[in-house]
Design a protein around this ligand. Structure first.
Ligand code: GLU
Length: 484
């Protein structure tokens, strides 16, 4: 029997989780579920300056909101605890001692300025920058003198010559000549261990079988393989996921819109819809595009993860959102959008209690346009607010259509029962009377009632607005002094 799959998501709590992080978490989670393996969460917080407890809590809250439960990690514990690197200092110390004993590390006293100069020189000559190994040649006595003089140092790992082959589950074989890799840093000048070192120690001790992470880490993998060899551990399998790009083909960044998951949460995306969309960024399930987490887990496999860059398309995410909103029972959807109406100061809880059926009908008219709950405000504001905004061309159109609007005013004022059917009859009657049909008949009325070019059918909107609001809104354009 093959060994049980153990995968991990290993975020650094240095900021908000972005889309790429969460796709990595999701693929790990799906792979664990698919193989009935273990998904663990490890917090990589060795960079004390940039990490914070608040970010750590926030990222766990986001994963919990998404429903990506971890089997081992902070909050839940597990056999390889602790799962926060800041609490694992002793383990790194032991491993460092092993590397020291094997004489595989040396102190480096080069200053930032020296290193920067070396980098610039190499780049200037068209070489890949790497540490040239100056301090590798220092004798123990020289090191002692530098230490005594109060010079700070970092510890570097001696990269042996040869080639390192990364056998990647997504990208196939990737070869790295080790002369492209300079001796890399294992501990900083304050003694704290670096990412490449801690990640190997932890993945090895936590028995991680598959490292699934972003392609931006591919260049770290040969260094990590060298450390596995030096420490006598068997390396895991590797799978590097292509970088998510914006619609212009460039690496996804703020320029392309919101990239933090928190922002999609606060917009009111359903986590299932959000994850469904993210799952498709690099994986093409055979059974169609809309899948629950369980369906995804049943189908997910690394062999079907693509190598080419995935494009993040906010329009498609929105579409995915509408697919999930469409399935929500109306009562539940109405309750879900209410906080967003409150935030926009359009409607409050008390009003909703008194007019819940009315509110439900309002929500029903626009539900197919809702990709996320916060869309409710822009889709329905005219039901709640009389402060409609008109573009100059729209005002002009309505002022030019004053006779038509006056005919509406008359026709609709005489209705006793302001039902959709009666409203429609009255509108048609006005059309006949004035000799207008189609868009010319409806458009000025739509503008007057909603201030919008599009939206649900007027026959649905008008009864929900009610007779007096409808007449008031038309009257704005028929009285002597029409607004500008
Ligand atoms: N802490 C690293 C990051 O957030 C983890 C990389 C890895 O998965 O090895 O990028």
């Amino acid at each position: 029997m093959s060994e049980m799959v153990r995968v991990r998501f290993a975020p650094s709590p240095t900021g908000s989780l972005h889309l790429g992080n969460v796709r990595t978490a999701l693929y790990n989670w799906l792979y664990a579920r698919h193989t009935r393996g273990v998904f663990l969460l490890r917090v990589e917080d060795t960079d004390k300056e940039r990490s914070s407890e608040a970010h750590c809590e926030e990222l766990m809250d986001i994963l919990a909101w998404l429903g990506l439960k971890w089997d081992e990690g902070p909050r839940v514990g597990g056999p390889y605890a602790p799962y926060k690197q800041s609490e694992r200092t002793a383990v790194y110390g032991e491993h460092l001692a092993r590397l020291k004993a094997q004489k595989l590390v040396y102190p480096c006293y080069c200053s930032e300025e020296e290193l920067e100069l070396e980098r610039k020189r190499q780049l200037g000559r068209g070489h890949m920058p790497k540490y040239g190994g100056k301090c590798r040649k220092l004798a123990p006595e020289e090191c002692r003198q530098l230490d005594d003089a109060g010079r700070t140092s970092v510890l570097r790992f001696i990269v042996p010559s040869g080639e390192i082959m990364v056998q990647d589950e997504v990208r196939g074989e990737v070869l790295f000549p080790s002369d492209q890799i300079g001796d890399f840093v294992l501990t900083r000048s304050d003694g704290s261990p670096t990412y490449n070192f801690t990640v190997v120690v932890d993945d090895a001790l936590m028995k991680v079988t598959h490292v699934i992470r972003g392609e931006d880490h591919l260049s770290n993998t040969p260094k990590q393989i060298l450390l596995y060899q030096a420490l006598g551990y068997a390396p895991p399998k590797w799978a590097h996921l292509s970088i998510i790009k914006g619609p212009d083909g460039q690496k996804l960044s703020k320029r392309h819109g919101e990239t933090s998951v928190e922002s999609y949460k606060s917009k009111g995306y359903l986590p299932e819809a959000f994850l469904n969309y993210l799952a498709l960024l690099g994986w093409a399930p055979k059974s169609g595009e809309i899948l629950s987490l369980d369906q995804m887990a049943a189908e997910f496999d690394l062999t079907h993860v693509g190598k080419s860059g995935a494009i993040f398309d906010p329009v498609k995410l929105h579409w995915m959102g509408t697919q999930y909103v469409a399935r929500m029972p109306l009562d539940e959807l109405t309750r879900a959008v209410l906080p967003y109406l409150e935030d926009a100061r359009l409607f409050n809880r008390e009003q909703a209690r008194a007019r819940f059926d009315w509110l439900k009908q309002v929500v029903e008219t626009v539900r197919t346009n809702l990709g996320c709950f916060s869309d409710i405000a822009k889709e329905t504001f005219y039901f709640f607010s009389d402060e409609l905004h008109f573009e100059p061309a729209q005002s002009e159109e309505m002022l030019n259509q004053k006779p038509l609007l006056e005919a509406y005013q008359k026709g609709l004022a005489s209705l006793e029962d302001f039902s959709g059917d009666n409203f429609l009859k009255a509108v048609k009657e006005v059309g006949k009377q004035m000799g207008v049909k189609g868009k010319a008949l409806y458009h000025p009325l739509r503008l007057a009632l909603t201030g919008r070019e599009d939206g649900p059918e007027l026959v649905k909107i008008a009864p929900l607005l009610g007779k007096s609001k409808v007449l008031d809104r038309i009257a704005l354009w028929t009285v002597e002094q029409a607004p500008k």
